[in-house]
Ligand binder design. Structure first.
Ligand SMILES: *Cc1c(COP(=O)(O)O)cnc(C)c1O
Length: 440
């Protein structure tokens, strides 16, 4: 990055420091990953300079012959890999992609969306009242049962009662297999569109470690930067079943993305999606996907041995949701202390969480990024031990229930934790482990 260094030493320095941070910590936020060097190279290429509103062969700007080739390659690779007849690779990211699906199929203030509520692991765009999706559409939220599982009978009852226009299945914090077939049956019964938002698990679907929604749903949306390990971005796919329900579906989706919602596509991002789809078609990626799940299972087993309470009792995929109530430690405090020790996770609400979202009772952690580095079962045992040690180390810390006292407590807590000897020791051990597993 010699040019950046010369032009803007401040940003250069911050990027280099961030690079070092990413190398030195165990990145266990389940939505994050390390894209390959090839993906990063094409993101930083001259493709950034082009404008190409429209779609291949139907552009509103000149000079797009090569961009057409690139976008067609991305489309063809996605269609082949997922087994769908139509894909749109232009959405800027997951939230605008879901917005485009709603824009294509729903009427504002009238249509109903049935989606998993945010507090139970759904995404903001699945109808949270703080998101546009909850403000512009009628939302029918469904929750998880007391074991932290989707109750499909309840979803069906709700669908029959409310007759939603679209059902969204998929989540940001659900550690179990999603039964897309059952969702398909429910949607068919009430003649709703069914959108599978597989942002978190797309890489597992491609790798064969999570069942595919394609035969059962009408539309699939996925981000491209999570388990799929590509650039930030998203794709909307239309299935055979979707075209059968609505022969106009592909055109409606495309029109909603452009010109409905977006202007020019990010061609560097499109090319990077194409590269990551090629990478995901290799045997190596299948092995990666299998290792992601194996690592998560070992982590779940080890943490359970140390009396951690895993929501749903374990995991089938890349992530774990831990309810820390029995450990008497708040999720926000735990996440902070873990970061001091070099283990980066996020605080997260657990089902029926009595705490507010900024101070939830749990943490969410996953294995996609550390598995990309080459970490396997043996290291997972050690990582579980570190996590247990960190939580034990801060076990006497109690977040005040009184809101007014919280900010002062928080300040002192940070100070205490930042100079905790044990945590700093673990941080060094984590760094040593990380030094053996380089980033792509
Ligand atoms: C991450 C995610 C999104 C949104 O992706 P952004 O790129 O952050 O907008 C949408 N749905 C689900 C289920 C996600 O996990």
């Amino acid at each position: 990055m010699k040019n950046l260094k010369a032009v803007d030493p401040q940003i250069y320095k911050l990027v280099k420091e961030e690079e070092k941070r990413q190398e030195d910590v165990l990145e266990m936020i389940p939505s994050e990953n390390y894209a390959s060097k090839a993906v990063l190279e094409v993101l930083g290429s001259v493709l950034n300079n082009k404008y190409s509103e429209g779609y291949p062969k139907k552009r509103y700007y000149q000079g797009n012959t090569l961009i057409d080739d690139i976008e067609i390659l991305a489309q063809e690779r996605a269609k082949k890999l997922f087994g769908v007849p139509h894909v749109n690779v232009q959405p800027y990211s997951g939230s605008p992609a879901n917005t485009a699906v709603y824009f294509a199929l729903l009427e504002p203030f009238k249509s109903k969306i049935l989606g998993l509520s945010l507090a139970f692991g759904g995404h903001l765009t699945h109808g949270s009242p703080v998101s546009f999706s909850g403000k512009y559409f009628k939302i029918i939220p469904y929750n998880l049962d007391k074991n932290g599982l989707i109750n499909y009978d309840e979803v069906e009852k709700l669908a029959l009662k409310e007759r939603p226009n679209i059902i969204v299945c998929g989540a940001t914090a659900y550690p179990r297999i999603i039964d897309f077939k059952r969702f398909g049956e429910i949607a068919d019964k009430v003649e709703a569109y069914l959108l599978a938002d597989v942002s978190h698990i797309a890489g597992l679907i491609i790798g064969g470690t999570h069942p595919s929604p394609i035969p059962y749903v009408h539309i699939v949306m996925t981000t491209t930067h999570k388990t799929l390990r590509g650039p930030r971005g998203a794709m909307i796919m239309v299935t055979e079943k979707g075209l059968k329900k609505d022969p106009e579906l592909a055109g409606k989706i495309d029109k909603a993305v452009f010109p409905g919602l977006q202007g020019g596509p990010h061609d560097n991002q499109t090319a990077a999606i194409a590269v990551s789809l090629l990478e995901a078609s290799k045997l190596e990626f299948k092995k990666y996907s299998e290792q992601v799940v194996k690592n998560a299972k070992v982590l779940a087993e080890e943490l359970t041995k140390s009396r951690f309470n895993l929501v749903s009792g374990g995991t089938d995929n890349h992530l774990l949701l831990i309810d820390l109530a029995n450990k008497k430690i708040n999720g926000a405090l735990a996440a902070y202390a873990l970061e001091v020790a070099g283990i980066v996770v996020n605080k997260n609400a657990v089902p029926n969480d009595p705490m507010p979202p900024f101070y939830p009772s749990g943490i969410r952690l996953g294995t996609p990024a550390i598995t990309t580095r080459g970490i396997k079962e043996k290291e997972m045992v050690q990582i579980a031990k570190w996590i247990n040690d960190v939580i034990n180390e801060i076990s006497s810390e109690v977040l005040p229930l009184d809101k007014a006292k919280r900010s002062e407590f928080w300040k002192d807590f940070k100070k205490r934790v930042e100079k905790n000897k044990k945590l700093l020791e673990i941080k060094e051990e984590v760094k040593t482990l990380c030094s053996k597993f380089s980033l792509p």
